[in-house]
Write a protein that binds this ligand. Sequence first.
Ligand code: PFF
Length: 468
Amino acid sequence: MSYSTSATTTGAQEGATAKRGLWSSRLAFILAATGSAVGLGNIWKFPYITGENGGGAFVLVYLVCIAAVGIPIMMAEVLIGRRGGRSPVNSLRLIAERDKLHPAWKLVGVIGVLAAFLILSFYSVIGGWAVSYVGTAASGQLAGQTAESIGAIFSNLLSDPGTLLLWHTVFMALVMVVVARGVRAGLERAVSILMPGLFLLLLAVVAYAMTTGHFGQAVSFLFQPDFSKLTTSGVLVALGHAFFTLSLGMAIMMAYGSYLPKGISIAKTSITVSIMDTGVALLAGLAIFPIVFANGMEPGAGPGLIFQTLPLAFGQMPMGSLFGTLFFVLLIFAAWTSGISLLEPLVEWLEEQKGMNRTISTLVAGLACWGLGIASILSLNLWSDVAPLGMFAMFEGKTIFDLLDFLTANILLPLGGLLVAVFTGWFMSKQALKNELSLSDSSFKLWYNTLRYLTPVAVLVVFIYNLS
Ligand code: PFF
């Protein structure tokens, strides 16, 4: 796989072919995994679903899901990848063979590839919104706008399928170019500069948000749980988002784990990535909600939330056009590194199984994803009344865009994660798990029991509640 850095042969693991490179360091793995994890999920999705689900209680459930479900599953995925030393489907097959398990376990990898493909199709449309906002900010259009006029810029964008298609195409092309050429040290280096850059700019917006006089209100909205506002579907959304934001349930962390040298702590690296990811999401919340309250906007405004609040803030702060442009450029970067990790599994699968070369497989996978993205674009305007599975109560009123988001985040990812937990906790050899993790006895027990009992039960309970 292309994320490999210049091959280090020391520590080459069982099952890995001599040609496969390994990450040059723990930091390289952390950067790539963080590049995948930190994306639109943190800055676009987390604030708007928090707004829609009433704030504090939702955030608390989300944090519990990250700690009790997300981190144990991330450790399991990285572990499977490192132990198998191959692409996810083959790692699962190899481990199943070695531990005398049913070969169908490799289907967990197949669910992952499918989910990643579906996600990228609408993820790229949102990435396109960010691309479009670079131009809006750079041309100084944000200055002096009101909440209403900023809202109008956003709704004009959504109602124009041609413009949406243009920016979706640009975003998808960015992703395809990198995946086709293989992700070299260049991107790794870029991520190591741009991610801290995004973090700093978010801090700058938080600092601005503190001056709005509504910071305290935002802090209590985010951190004071009011359980009367939490619904069971909110719990499902929080759980699904924990998977989405950590890039879990779709074998991506398995693929990355397969390049992790032995001797590097799986637990520490997984926890580091999760903390950074959660930190960016919470900062985004602290940047956005003070602006929402200060301008009498609606926290539950839905997917357009950050495209209306942040531009308003940039329009009001000194040098706002510059900061706004930089912010959206960095947002594109965050989305880009995640987009690459979403296309990679399908491309790798087409190469391995269909014998296509990398350029062709990128073209096939990328164009298919781009095509499906058009349906999401149309569902924002011309097809806004079309609800393909509307006859089922669960999908009532959901447009194609909503449906893809719901199906992937709330069903496919938790299902993939559940299967990973069951495979690791109930089927893989316990000794192999101990060897891979090299944890103290008590830490191992904590992880193992969480993965065996707590994680599957939590996912199942939330599932069953929502299906009934
Ligand atoms: N974690 C990314 C985000 O929060 O934006 C999105 C994502 C990337 C989801 C890769 C799943 C994935 F495999």
